[in-house]
Design a protein around this ligand. Structure first.
Ligand code: UDX
Length: 440
């Protein structure tokens, strides 16, 4: 079966590459010719652990190629994955222009049966609309083709995308045509062999599973962040609360780490989108709405925490360690560092920033604040001659810094550890005025 993936953004590139790794013949398509040219040379536009090696290996084996000739491959493909972007519009709902325009292009061109798979996160009902658009375009040309639209959401985490695709917790396949669903299931044969659970369901349920899962995880993080605000005031320790809560099998330990708030491309986007979807059905998702506002508040609380302990920020300088929304990625979308840096500069402070991967994108996203930010070559330069250190993203190099040398470089000895990377026994708590999150 010939597999075609439309869209070589984060999701499409990883999906196409992994399917080629599973032994399929895959072509990934994109309208960006420079990107395609680079990809065919094995140069990938994102930083994702292990991905480049797999791309190069499968290019060499001839199982993977990249092209901008969309029509040619729409005609050749038996299975067409839709992995184009669904960015948030002004009101937070997902913008589906790209998905619908590709659906139209498919409907205008195909001459044989196809299985279409939506991989992008799309509102419930989008699969129905995609099917309708393709059907109508075929009918205009006097054709009646069997086109099955399947929902197969991704659950990959940035920085661990390859690992998550090769070893997922589950694979969801939603559709109305059992034969097409079985064909898609068999694309993942290596996962069936590993006994990874598959959930076969209808299309709308599958679309909803993706939103419900991401929203639940966002609620879990906002929940523990709110607990941490109270714990800090009453002198309780949130790490121990999380650990003890997580030992209850019904709660489970992951996504209970308090910190500077969640960021990234999925949680902020998907929580806002599902709230908007609910509104269009006259329903209010108050728990998810609260998680969104608690997350905004959490980022502001970090700035307030700095002000409360340092005093006036005017002419104070801070080293910001870590800019990307989490470690092992260059992704700056909705990164808490953006709000924290803006909050400090708005109060008169100055920033020296370092991040292993996030600087290029930060320069663009913080353009209007650039005269107050010095981007540094490493963590040593960033922490030299500053009043305090703010660890925003927990890259391991920051944890491994020589804290005694660090102490000599920092003028005033403030250390705000917004990701709780240092344990309770760490020396850093003795030599710095050390402020974690969720502990006194
Ligand atoms: C997430 C989901 O995990 C993935 O399944 C989905 O497909 C896309 O969204 P990702 O955005 O890559 O993946 O990052 P993830 O590792 O889940 O972290 C998201 C954010 O939550 C980060 O900003 C992280 O710092 C924060 N986080 C995570 C916490 O603040 N506390 C936690 O306990 C866990």
């Amino acid at each position: 079966m010939k597999v075609v993936v439309i869209g070589t953004g984060y999701v499409g590139l990883v999906q196409g590459t992994i399917l080629s790794e599973f032994g399929h013949n895959v072509t990934c398509l994109d309208i960006d010719s420079d990107k395609i040219e680079n990809l065919n040379k094995g140069i990938i536009p994102i930083y994702e652990k292990g991905l480049e090696e797999i791309v190069r290996k499968n290019l060499k084996l001839g199982r993977l190629n990249f092209s901008n000739d969309i029509i040619k491959y729409i005609l050749e493909g038996d299975i067409i994955f839709l992995a184009v972007g669904t960015p948030p519009s002004e009101d937070g709902s997902a913008d589906l222009k790209a998905i619908y325009s590709v659906a139209k292009q498919i409907g205008e061109n195909i001459v044989s049966s196809k299985i279409i798979v939506t991989k992008s996160t799309v509102p419930v009902g989008t699969g129905d609309e995609v099917e309708k658009i393709i059907d109508e375009e075929c009918k205009k040309r006097g054709l009646s083709l069997e086109v099955s639209v399947i929902s197969n959401p991704e659950f990959l985490r940035e920085g661990r995308a390859v690992e998550d695709c090769i070893n997922p917790d589950r694979v969801i396949i939603g559709g109305e045509n059992l034969r097409a669903m079985e064909i898609i299931k068999n694309l993942y044969a290596p996962l069936i062999e590993k006994d990874i659970p598959f959930v076969l369901t209808n299309r709308r349920t599958s679309e909803m599973i993706k939103y419900a899962s991401n929203a639940f995880l966002a609620v879990k993080i906002s929940f523990i962040n709110e607990i941490s605000l109270l714990a800090e005031k009453i002198g309780a320790n949130t790490q121990q609360i999380s650990k003890a809560m997580g030992l209850d099998k019904r709660i489970a330990p992951s996504f209970l780490e308090c910190g500077a708030g969640y960021g990234g491309s999925c949680f902020p986007k998907d929580t806002k989108a599902i709230v908007e979807i609910a509104k269009s059905y006259d329903e209010e998702l108050s728990i998810i709405s609260s998680a969104i506002s608690a997350n905004e508040k959490q980022k502001q609380r970090m700035v307030e925490k700095i002000v409360k302990n340092v005093g006036k920020l005017k002419d104070k300088s801070f080293a910001v360690l870590g800019l990307s929304f989490k470690p092992e990625t260059d992704d700056m979308r909705e990164a808490p560092s953006l709000d924290i840096i803006k909050g400090i500069i708005d109060r008169g402070g100055k920033i020296k920033a370092f991040c292993p991967e996030g600087i290029r994108e930060s320069k663009i996203r913080l353009k209007e604040y650039s005269e107050h930010i010095t981007y540094c070559n490493d963590e040593i330069e960033a922490t030299s001659d500053v009043d305090g250190v703010i660890l925003v993203t927990e890259w391991s190099i920051f944890k491994n810094m020589d804290i005694f040398e660090l102490r000599k470089r920092v003028k005033d000895n403030f250390y705000f550890d917004l990701r709780n990377v240092f344990t309770e026994n760490s020396e850093i708590r003795k030599i710095f005025k050390y402020f974690p999150v969720g502990q006194k």
